[in-house]
Ligand binder design. Structure first.
Ligand SMILES: Cc1ncc(COP(=O)(O)O)c(C=O)c1O
Length: 455
């Protein structure tokens, strides 16, 4: 978005942390009423998070009036940055008509038409309110359709807060078992029953994963894969791995589920368009809601109809939800998706490629251990060096490099104090509002930040 009232490069001059800042005071207030002052662990950083006041395009201003380029975009969901005028207009118009109602609206059909036209494996879709729910319903759909209990997932992959999907998201070496047969590790708060029905696969290990899938074939309802795993630094599933999963699921009658809540950004036709493999079910979220809460499950039409069609009197799989397909989200999503056309997808990818190349160059010049990865509009910068392609590699690398997390924190703070908001662990997710000047500014500040890090 271009806006002549917004300068090309933001003013810096923040001084974080600052105990006299408005954000520090707000955090003290938050501490009294929320555990750790927080409702979302991913947005917390030490010693206190900066509080957002307003945003516009690629810019965000905090409660102290400090302006930054937003290069995380609510962990992917703000595909057009903040307050795109056409999205705001659609939201206002919708708010003047209906906020929410116990009836369907035409906006739900419009968004469904856009997504089903665009994503090969989504012939029909149902909306909910978060990616977690989209994943949860995709898993339930696989179980209901196959009448089988087990779901296979990738070790270390994050799929939201559903009990099944949450198994082995972050297992520790003392619990993770043999690499050839990884253990199913339930996090705190998840009963052991959930782990019994989850089979863990090592990322991109084609033959090991094939053997594990075959060993559980008769009980396997589905395999869930995020084609670009964020917490492995946007590690892509290899073509051979995806092909094997498609073959093996088809062979044993299990559902191949893609979690495209985040990685929908990978291709104009979603991650499945980019990898060229069509899953049976797809979980969605984030950008399809235009910045408002959203989730969805989509899939092949016969499967979706068999499970969810209410005309049968009693659908096989119940799917209520007071705010499902809520008209505010649907209205925002329709405009956001219309605006995210092939041309803006391509432009964003070119911009992000240039950013990754610049960041790699900056790492080289600064001579610090760091790795830049990513695809399309998603980029990671981890402060370790070397090859790490699966969860165990990443954990070992972080453990053998004790100062990596301090370097990540120092880098993040430097960027925060120089006009850039990124994801604290090392993530950048661009919006279409980002300009070439924003990239140049960010690369300049990144080089300064990298030069200041301990080697
Ligand atoms: C791959 C993936 N799946 C599911 C989710 C959960 O989505 P939500 O946070 O909307 O519940 C996320 C959230 O970041 C995600 O990255």
């Amino acid at each position: 978005m271009t806006d002549s009232s917004v300068p090309d490069v933001p003013a810096s001059g923040a001084s974080f942390p600052d105990t006299n800042s408005a954000s520090a005071a707000l955090y003290q207030r938050a501490l009294r009423v929320m555990p750790g002052g927080n409702s979302r662990h991913t947005v917390f950083f030490k010693p206190y998070p900066v509080y957002a006041a307003r945003g516009r395009g690629a810019r965000v201003w905090d409660e102290d009036g400090v302006e930054r380029i937003d290069l995380i975009n609510n962990y992917s969901s703000l595909i057009h940055g903040h307050n795109h005028p056409r999205i705001v207009e659609a939201i206002v118009a919708q708010a003047q008509n209906i906020l929410s109602i116990a009836l369907p609206t035409r906006k739900e059909i419009e968004l469904a038409e856009i997504v089903t036209d665009r994503v090969p494996g989504v012939e029909q879709i149902r909306f909910c309110n978060s990616g977690t729910e989209g994943v949860m319903f995709a898993i339930k759909a696989a179980r209901a359709y196959t009448n089988r209990p087990k779901i296979a997932k990738i070790e270390g992959a994050y799929h939201g807060s559903d009990d099944t999907a949450g198994i082995s998201t972050g297992p520790t070496p003392d619990k993770w078992g043999d690499a050839e047969a990884p253990a199913s590790v339930a996090p705190a708060g998840t009963g052991p029953g959930a782990a019994q029905d989850v089979v863990i696969l090592p990322m991109n290990e084609v033959e090991t994963a094939r053997r594990i899938i075959r060993a559980h074939a008769s009980e396997l309802a589905g395999v869930i894969l995020d084609p670009l795993v964020k917490n492995l630094g946007y590690e892509p599933a290899t073509p051979a791995f995806v092909k094997m999963l498609r073959e093996e699921t088809s062979r044993c009658g299990a559902m191949l589920i893609f979690d495209e809540v985040y990685s929908f950004r990978l291709g104009f036709n979603g991650a499945q368009g980019a990898v060229g493999v069509t899953p049976d079910l797809t979980a969605m979220g984030k950008i399809i809601g235009g910045g408002l809460p959203v989730g969805a499950v989509g899939g092949r039409a016969p499967l979706m109809t068999e499970l969810f069609d209410p005309r049968t009197g009693k659908p096989k799989l119940g799917h209520g939800g007071t705010f499902n397909a809520n008209p505010m989200t649907m209205a925002a999503g329709v405009v956001a998706m219309e605006l995210f056309d092939r041309e803006s997808f391509d432009r964003l990818s070119v911009l992000s490629d240039r950013f990754r190349a610049g960041l790699r160059e900056a790492v080289k010049i600064a001579g610090v251990p760091a790795t830049v990865k990513g695809s399309a509009s998603m980029t990671s910068l981890f402060h370790v060096e070397g090859e790490a392609h699966n969860y165990r590699d990443v954990v070992s690398m972080m453990r053998s490099n004790a100062s990596a997390s301090q370097r990540a924190e120092a880098f993040f703070n430097h960027m925060l104090n120089n006009g850039i908001l990124m994801g604290a662990p090392g993530f950048f997710v661009f919006s279409t509002a980002v300009t070439d000047a924003d990239i140049d500014h960010t690369l300049d500040k990144a080089l300064n930040a990298l030069r200041k890090l301990d080697k």
